[in-house]
Ligand binder design. Sequence first.
Ligand code: MG
Length: 172
Amino acid sequence: MTEAEIRQLIRQETRFRTGLGFDVHPFEEGRKLVLGGVEIDHSHGLEGHSDADVVVHAAMDACLGAAGLPDIGHFFPNTSEEFRGADSLVLAREVTRQLQQRGFEVINLDVMVLAEVPKVGPHRDAMRANLADAFRLPLESVALKATTMEKMGFVGRREGIAVIASALARQT
Ligand code: MG
């Protein structure tokens, strides 16, 4: 392999970038619970400026991170009336547009939900479908898993839900 070929290979490989996202929202009585764009029947919803969809928020930050862009607070400030009660899936479509504008496409998304309640399993595929649609991914490229925190910490005390997400993007 020539030096030029090696350089070309490195250039191609650096077109792939990973991104990490994390978010937390506390439970609040009297609010609807929206996770991954799915409205879930539960005693509490999540507190937040938008619909407080902690799953979509972490996923957006992972995708933005992969493109080397700032966090969702930069694009959708929680001081803006425009985003009060916002449907986070609409914001995710805007993130996808921002990435496309910069020549990035998301390759896959992996989401880990940390929640003591409610049970995420029954809603998993609906949430995956919503994320796939918002980030323009095939369904099989969106993974979503859930775990409890074994009754430890704020998640374990049922005070809120935390989500970690990872994304791979390619600069087209
Ligand atoms: Mg959030």
